[in-house]
Design a protein around this ligand. Structure first.
Ligand code: DON
Length: 573
């Protein structure tokens, strides 16, 4: 009898566990990692101070857009290596009422005098020094206009109110965390070439501000105040614009007053796909991110990933094969849809994925040299730091923005206190030549005046039954797509809670180079099995820093900040 009772109890426990799995992936007990939990609002960013000021906005009754814009400006102060007003990005907004998600594209544009071969020397060789570390590397910044537009369309705060915490942090300073010091020490040589950068971010003796010290940015505070006072015109016109142009003229840069005045963010439709009953919304061109996340998921949907198991050799093999195919198509087809036709519907169609799937051999890796871009259906008519926010109404914001490299070009606009991006390197400087992330580009991503350079940034929102379920995205250059993909799969295929999904070791394949990059934590046995299938496997340092929020069926919010950044922070109330 006792035995029967024991069995029944075990059965009930198992059923309860299964019910929890079936209802959502919020399962907590018994796991090694636990998300932050809240009921009213949640913010996940890569910097504690940004999370704090954004959370306060939610507590004060602001919505997710208000909090996102506050976080965006705060990160421009507290995390100058990627938070910015001198760069650009993408914001995905998914309303809590289930209405259509919308994307705000504030990617940088090529200046009017940019040209296709501007980063080639007389012999046609690419001069990456120029596309990465010169004034010509900077695209026309989009962040100020993009965040202002998001606020205007969906926020409740004024721009002045949204800038107040950032202005305070710049003016009064903030206590420097270890990561801040370490970043500046590592980039010292590159950054100190530029006197304004040295004066802005280093002490007089040339050393970086130390952990625990207070770091102030008076020039940046003044720049932010001009935006608070005049709106985006306080950046794209007037004193700040003039400071940017003066900086350009001193060093052969291309950005003019007209380029700045002409900058416009764009409202776009996110790309949409479905994966095992979940709706995936992610960034459309000029980012390649959403398109290829959906393409890879479409291919993988035809394989029993759950049964194959998380990070097993079989799963990694199928993922790597699908990734190669997607990155080969990226190189051929993706670019700014305002300038080139991108076969978006074809690339994200299930029929095309089914075709591509046929070429995947479960036992053998296909050499990258055997893979050529595929034949998606014909062209149709045109159409790095991440943070996620959910408010009490269930509205979700997923935002990724960047100045490209850590500290961008390394060049600070003298007198204005902010770093300029080096996003021009994301264009294809020459067909077939890799950019800094090893990504190959072609005609579709060639440099043209006013065009946006191709991105991999992938702010993503997943809906289940028309309800926001998962808000996620990451930095990481070419690895953004695969990082985001794996968090989606960890939740949907492997039933992980969001913190486990974020922390789990990741892999990456981008077609060229022909290798699977792997974080620590995947077993050597698995590596051997993959090598036996013909894969080259290399180990990699941490990839991505994905800041995610999951929304349970009962509305509970689960925050998963990426432990790969020591300052990552999910906070709720
Ligand atoms: O837009 C892109 O895809 C790149 N400029 C992003 C750079 C990036 O994520 C760097 N961070 N690790």
């Amino acid at each position: 009898m006792r035995r029967l009772w024991g069995l029944t109890a075990a059965l009930i426990a198992l059923l309860a566990l299964n019910a929890a799995y079936a209802s959502n992936q919020a399962i907590l007990e018994g796991e090694r990692f636990h998300p932050v939990q809240a009921t009213q609002g949640m913010v996940a960013t890569s910097h504690t101070l940004a999370s704090e000021v954004a959370l306060q906005v939610l507590k004060d009754g602001g919505n997710a857009i208000d909090a996102a814009v506050v976080a965006g400006f705060a990160l421009a102060v507290t995390q100058p290596r990627s938070g910015n007003i001198g760069g650009g990005g993408f914001l995905l907004y998914a309303p809590g009422d289930g209405s259509a998600p919308e994307a705000i594209d504030y990617r940088e544009t090529a200046p009017a005098s940019a040209s296709e071969t501007m980063f080639q020397d007389d012999d046609g060789n690419v001069v990456s020094q120029r596309s990465r570390f010169s004034h010509q590397a900077a695209g026309v910044p989009g962040t100020v206009a993009g965040l202002a537009l998001a606020l205007e369309r969906h926020g409740t705060l004024s721009l002045r109110e949204a800038l107040a915490p950032a202005i305070r942090l710049a003016q009064e300073g903030f206590v420097v965390p270890h990561r801040f010091t370490e970043g500046l020490e590592q980039a010292r040589e590159r950054l100190q070439r530029w006197p304004a950068t040295k004066a802005t971010f280093y002490k007089e003796d040339g050393s970086a501000p130390q952990p625990g010290e207070v770091f102030k940015q008076p020039d940046l505070a003044d720049t932010l105040k001009r935006i608070a006072e005049h709106g985006p015109e306080g950046f794209y016109q007037g004193k700040t614009a003039q400071l940017i142009v003066d900086e350009m003229q001193r060093h052969d840069g291309l950005i003019t007053l007209d380029d700045l005045k002409a900058y416009r963010p764009a409202v776009r439709h996110p790309v949409h796909g479905q994966y095992r009953g979940y709706d995936i919304y992610s960034m459309s061109p000029p980012s390649s991110g959403g398109t290829h996340i959906i393409q890879i998921l479409n291919i993988l949907e035809g394989f029993p990933i759950t049964e194959m198991g998380h990070n097993s050799a079989a799963t990694i093999h199928h993922m790597a094969e699908a990734m190669k195919l997607a990155y080969a198509d990226r190189a051929e087809y993706l670019g700014d849809t305002d300038f080139v036709e991108v076969p978006l519907r074809g690339l994200t169609s299930r029929a095309y994925a089914a075709e591509l799937r046929k070429g995947i051999n479960p036992d053998k890796a296909r050499p990258a040299s055997d893979i050529k871009p595929g034949q998606p259906a014909a062209h149709e008519s045109p159409e790095t730091t991440h943070f996620s926010v959910v408010d009490r109404w269930g509205n979700a914001v997923s935002n990724t923005y960047t100045i490209n490299f850590s500290y961008g070009s390394g060049i600070t606009v003298a007198g204005a206190g902010f770093l300029l991006n080096n996003e021009m390197d994301d264009f294809s400087a020459k067909p077939g030549e890799p950019n800094a992330y090893g990504l190959i580009g072609g005609e579709a991503n060639k440099i043209q005046p006013g065009k946006r350079m191709l991105s991999s940034m992938s702010p993503t929102v997943v809906r289940k039954d028309n309800r926001n379920f998962l808000v996620t995205g990451s930095p990481g250059g070419s690895r953004i797509i695969t990082t985001t993909l794996q968090v989606l799969m960890n939740v949907i295929d492997h039933n992980m809670n969001i913190q486990t999904a974020v922390a789990a070791p990741r892999i990456h394949h981008q077609w060229l180079p022909d290798e699977i990059r792997m974080e620590q934590g995947i077993s050597p046995d698995t590596v051997r099995l993959l090598e036996a299938k013909g894969h080259e496997v290399t180990t990699s340092t941490a990839m991505g820093a994905i800041q995610s929020i999951m929304i349970g069926e009962d509305g509970t919010l689960y925050g998963g900040a990426d432990p790969r950044r020591s300052t990552s922070s999910a906070m709720g109330f």
